[in-house]
Design a protein around this ligand. Structure first.
Ligand code: ADP
Ligand code: MG
Length: 885
């Protein structure tokens, strides 16, 4: 992203102190119709993109240079110097070549990781609602320019700095900017020039969050010319820290460096005592050190992580932090909401209840002409008490807003009501915004000389704000008896899985703008059908098998929640429902841990449940969409925001965003998370066992005083050329059918646990032993020359290490068809390695560097036979004797 003209001066220095009309005029903005596409183009040219200066891209050269800073390079330099000082020129130059190959490989891998990261970043674009060419549209926030009209509502992140010109109960959380944690109430009045930032109440600022109300904003500053843009270098610096996985790998690497150094010293000391050629001893010790240090670990891990994340992104799951992948595999409790996640989110009006009658609704059409007055009341309230936007059929713009409100607008349109006309006749003067805590929404309108209040919300909450109810032509007192009747009827419908919203209104003059949700007239309620997602049943089943508990946590009514839970077989036992009310009376923890449904809970209680389960030691994932869900999302080990329904604040807080809102995606993300972790573990075990086998061989030959050894250059070749590619391929595996059949792993635990160390040692021994025995036999009994015996050792080990990848499949799965044999990368890697080996064997001076010579077909037969023996032995132990797995 280039901001060519970012220094173009902004026409308005103090937007909070200017007259709004003047600002609009200076920016050639139109508060009603917004900018035209042409103006936007020009704006982008003049002011640049609305983004922070692309993080100072580490230059390619610097990345390359960084490759030479590693300990392995240092060791290689020492080795090369040593060779030169002994006038082993060819060897010296070869080591330098190896050094460059290592650096180049590291460099390419790092580039690859960066490319994946930036691809992931690009998928995470935020959008904003703006008015352009008379239409409300969603555009990428990057394309907002000064003069744009932005619409904000609770839950939005402010995309640019701007001056407010219309607002309803707007409150913003500006802590990101000012550090003040209490929300600030916004006003329209203009201010004096030197008002401090924290008191500029007629402005909103990029990067802050709207926590209440809604507003229209005239954008005055974008990109680096926003208040946050000015301090953004600070923000970026804080983000660069390593993930727990990287830390663990770095720790492991460090440990191995110490062990190896100790081994190398022992090796040098014993060799010197035995009176061996000191040059060869030191060189071999260095080669061993290079061999044993898993230098590429962190970067291979990063590649495995980013590759896995890209694969998840294709499956509608966006992971925002690398570290989250690791936690994902450890999740054992999922708190999921209902609407849209467990249900289809194809919300449609299914029935209506008014004072004494159910009215079925088919295909969104009211099927009766009776009680027309109440029907019109319901349609009027649905239109007015609504913040969604739907566009005429035929235009390809999608609907914007809360799904239930979109459903209502659709319902209104399908019953031939002209909502535009109604909105013009009843201009809105105030709004009580919906929140998951109050569970109601109300709007106050002007209608000629009188006022009109439109309200909707949860039945039991809204009915408490009513004193009368509508019987069509008359309005009656709402007695206790009627109240109970309404509630009972609502209960009946909700027990069938219908989501219910109640509607109420008031007509009077001079209603105050801040307390208008009282003494209302109850009109009736509308039931919405939101069918359960039937494909969730399978996902829930696999959660059970994977040792993951799924608990529904919803703001909806317990009866609706229970019905859906039963339809999707949430639990294989009887569901235990606990309501928010019951939570208030502190039920025993045992009951809370047994619950499968929490209904009518508010966001605060969601947070409490996360804390409670975490205290028990659970690793908790929590879904959320609203602004009030942010604390619970943050507290959860993995916060999951809904891509379709979610507010920007929720998406910003969460570790993971579901692009399709579906529960299935959560489960597939967990599966992927587990698979990625298995991959990382697998290539670790692979690399470490290969390295250890080399160490065994070098030590063994030394210990038994063989007349030949394995050469330093050969060890380098094995580690830096032939081990890397299979390891990388293992890092890209897709996981197997067992991934979701075992319990979750404990994220606190080390990556390589005791059991793995045992496998590593057994693998290494079984690789080294046959090769040592065969080489020794060839030397002692077949009287082969030392060079040939050395070649037998080298080739057998090189090939044995290649075949060793197949040992890393689980013994519970077929040896022929498993995630390793089905991983195309593995086959490419093997092919590549065999080609490289063949090239080195055939091409001078490469073969000279490695001390290779032409060998007879019989010797090749011995080599190939030997190279397969570790696989045979290991598989025997794994599958028949079952000592290791
Ligand atoms: P959930 O998303 O878990 O189903 P919410 O917290 O969104 O729960 O909603 C809780 C209750 O608030 C709903 O059951 C409904 O009665 C009411 N409600 C939901 N959305 C709106 C809205 N846009 N306006 C008014 N009331 C609403
Ligand atoms: Mg909701």
């Amino acid at each position: 992203m280039k901001n060519e003209n970012e220094n173009n001066s902004y026409p308005i220095k103090f937007p909070h102190a200017e007259d709004i009309e003047k600002i609009a005029q200076l920016l050639q903005a139109n508060q009603q119709s917004g900018l035209t596409e042409q103006q936007v183009q020009k704006g982008i040219k003049d002011y640049g993109w609305n983004s922070y200066k692309a993080q100072k891209q580490q230059s390619i050269f610097l990345i390359l240079l960084a490759q030479f800073k590693s300990p392995i390079v240092l060791l290689l330099v020492v080795a090369a110097t040593l060779s030169f000082s002994f006038q082993h020129w060819l060897e010296g130059f070869s080591i330098i070549a190896v050094l460059f190959i290592t650096a180049a490989l590291g460099f390419l891998m790092e580039l690859q990781a960066r490319r994946s990261m930036s691809a992931l970043k690009q998928m995470d674009v935020s959008v904003s609602k703006v008015i352009r060419d008379h239409w409300v549209v969603e555009v990428p926030s990057e394309r907002i320019v000064p003069g744009d009209i932005v619409l904000l509502e609770a839950g939005d992140m402010v995309p640019a700095d701007g001056r407010l010109f219309e607002l309803h109960q707007l409150e913003a959380d500006e802590s990101a900017l000012t550090g003040e944690s209490l929300p600030v109430t916004k006003r329209l009045e203009s201010l004096i020039k030197n008002t401090p930032l924290a008191e500029q109440s007629n402005m909103v600022f990029k990067g802050t969050a709207i926590v209440n109300g809604n507003a229209k904003v005239l954008v005055t500053g974008t990109g680096m010319h926003t208040e946050l843009g000015k301090i953004t270098s600070l923000v970026e610096a804080a983000e660069q820290s390593s993930t727990p996985l990287e830390k663990k790998l770095q720790g492991l690497t460090k440990k191995l460096i110490w062990i190896t150094s100790a081994l190398a010293l022992i090796f040098i000391a014993t060799g010197a005592l035995q009176g061996k050629d000191i040059y060869l001893i030191v060189e071999t010790a260095l080669a061993l050190a290079v061999a044993a240090i898993p230098e590429g670990l962190p970067i291979v891990a990063t590649i495995a992580l980013t590759y896995g994340m890209l694969r998840m992104a294709k499956k509608n799951v966006l992971i925002k932090r690398l570290a989250a992948v690791e936690t994902l595999g450890g999740i054992n409790t999922i708190f999921t909401d209902k609407t849209g996640t467990l249900t289809e989110n194809k919300i449609e009006v299914s029935n209506i209840y008014i004072f004494d009658e159910y009215i079925a609704v088919e295909k969104n059409k009211i099927s009766t002409e009776n009680n027309r007055v109440i029907m019109d009341q319901l349609l009027l309230i649905s239109t007015l008490c609504n913040n969604a936007v739907i566009r005429e059929k035929g235009t390809n713009e999608k609907e914007l807003g809360d799904p239930i409100e979109i459903a209502l607008l659709q319902f209104v349109a399908d019953n031939h009501i002209d909502s535009d006309k109604i909105n013009q006749q009843y201009p809105r003067i105030s709004e009580e915004a919906f929140s998951s805590e109050t569970k109601v929404m109300g709007t106050l309108h002007k209608n000629g000389s009188t006022n009109f209040v439109a309200a909707k919300g949860a039945v039991e909450v809204l009915i408490e704000k009513c004193t009368t109810y509508s019987k069509g032509d008359t309005i009656e007192i709402l007695t206790k008896k009627e109240k109970e009747l309404f509630l009972q009827k609502a209960e009946e419908i909700q027990a069938q899985g219908t989501r219910v919203l109640a509607f109420a209104f008031k007509e009077a003059t001079g209603i105050s703008t801040d307390k208008f949700l009282q003494d209302l007239t109850f009109s009736g309620f509308i039931g919405f059908l939101d069918p359960p997602r039937m494909d969730v049943i399978g996902a829930l089943q696999s959660c059970r098998e994977a040792g993951i508990r799924v608990i529904m946590i919803t703001g909806d009514h317990p009866a609706t929640a229970l019905h859906i839970a039963e339809k999707i077989k949430l639990s294989d036992k009887e569901n235990i429902v606990i309501t928010g009310k019951e939570l208030e009376s502190n039920p025993p923890e045992k009951l809370l841990f047994a619950a499968t449904i929490f209904a009518r809970v508010d966001p605060k209680q969601k947070l409490d449940m996360v804390s409670l389960y975490q205290k028990k030691g659970d690793i908790v994932a929590m879904t959320g969409d609203g602004i009030n869900d942010a604390p619970a999302l943050k507290k959860a080990d993995i916060g999951i925001a809904m891509g379709l329904r979610g507010t920007q604040v929720a998406k910003e807080t969460a570790e993971m965003v579901l692009k399709d809102d579906s529960f299935i995606s959560i489960v597939s993300a967990i599966e992927q998370g587990r698979a990625i972790f298995q991959n990382i573990k697998r290539f670790l075990v692979y690399l470490l066992s290969c390295n250890l086998s080399e160490i065994f061989i070098v030590f063994g030959y030394g210990l038994f005083n063989f007349s030949f050894s394995i050469l330093p250059m050969q060890i380098l070749f094995l580690n830096l050329v032939t081990d890397i590619f299979p390891a990388l391929a293992l890092g890209m595996g897709k996981g197997n059918e067992l991934t979701m059949k075992n319990g979750p792993r404990n994220p606190a635990e080390a990556i390589v646990v005791k059991k793995d160390w045992i496998s590593i040692i057994v693998y290494a021994l079984l690789m080294a032993l046959p090769i040592m025995i065969v080489s020794w036999y060839c030397s002692s009994y077949l009287q082969y020359e030392p060079e040939v015996c050395n070649n037998i050792t080298f080739f057998s080990l090189a090939l044995a290490q290649l075949w060793h990848v197949f040992n890393l499949s689980s013994n519970k799965i077929s040896f022929i068809k498993n995630e390793i044999t089905c991983n195309a990368f593995v086959w490419y890697a093997l092919l590549l390695c065999i080609i490289i080996i063949a090239v080195f064997y055939n091409l001078a001076p490469l073969n000279e560097i490695l001390g290779l010579r032409m060998i007879d077909p019989t010797v090749w037969l011995i080599i190939i036979g030997t190279s397969f023996s570790p696989v045979l032995l290991i598989q025997l132990l794994k599958r028949v004797v079952k000592i290791i797995d």
